[in-house]
Design a protein around this ligand. Sequence first.
Ligand code: PGA
Length: 251
Amino acid sequence: MSARRSLIAGNWKMYKTSAEAADFARRFVPLVSGLADRDIMIAPPFTALETVAGILKGTNVALGAQNLFWEAEGAFTAEISPKMLAAAGCRYVIIGHSERRQFFGETNDTVNRRVRAALPVGLIPVMCVGETEQEREAGQTFSVLDKQVRKGLKNLVANELGTLVIAYEPVWAIGTGKTATKEQAQTAHQFIRSLVANLFPAGVAAAMRILYGGSVKPENISELMAMDDIDGALVGGASLNPESFAKIVCY
Ligand code: PGA
């Protein structure tokens, strides 16, 4: 358990129409309304953002998006700008999820461009990092994380990092039911925090929230949250049902 304010975030991926998202939000909000000591976020698909924003307004549940493009506007067919997300009511944006890296050509360089574009409009980036199973087995976990964090945060200065969140999501644990053990997660989180401490002036790393993601469920959230460097969770599958996500949020 850390002194940092925890953040439990739901990544809905490509699930839920706008009507389904609205139904979730109406059922979920009353289940978590009493919780003032933690931050809660849900990230629906783009098409549901404005509808869900209307339902979350004035509640303790914040809205997030799952991606953004770094340009402010222009001839970039199908892309969504930081300003559009902020205007739609988003407070957070997930950046560099492993599915973006795996299927849509996201690189550490494009992750960095997105992070740098999110901050000036007041969006809180949730920058995702994590090794594949093959990389873990080859003993490359730390070198992969080192590269992802170092490059993702390139050209940022300490006072820009006040809100930024890192999500450690081992690729082999995403959607597989195979959660990292609490010790494996803690070791990776501690590594990331000490790396940030080496890259930025004192205080930044100690204040930075590092979330764990990968098969988080109501059954394993408490033991993960008990670890020193785990400050929250990024939840995929188990965030799609209001009751199960509320159980996780209420860990
Ligand atoms: P999962 O997904 O909880 O379904 O494993 C986590 C994520 O991809 O953020």
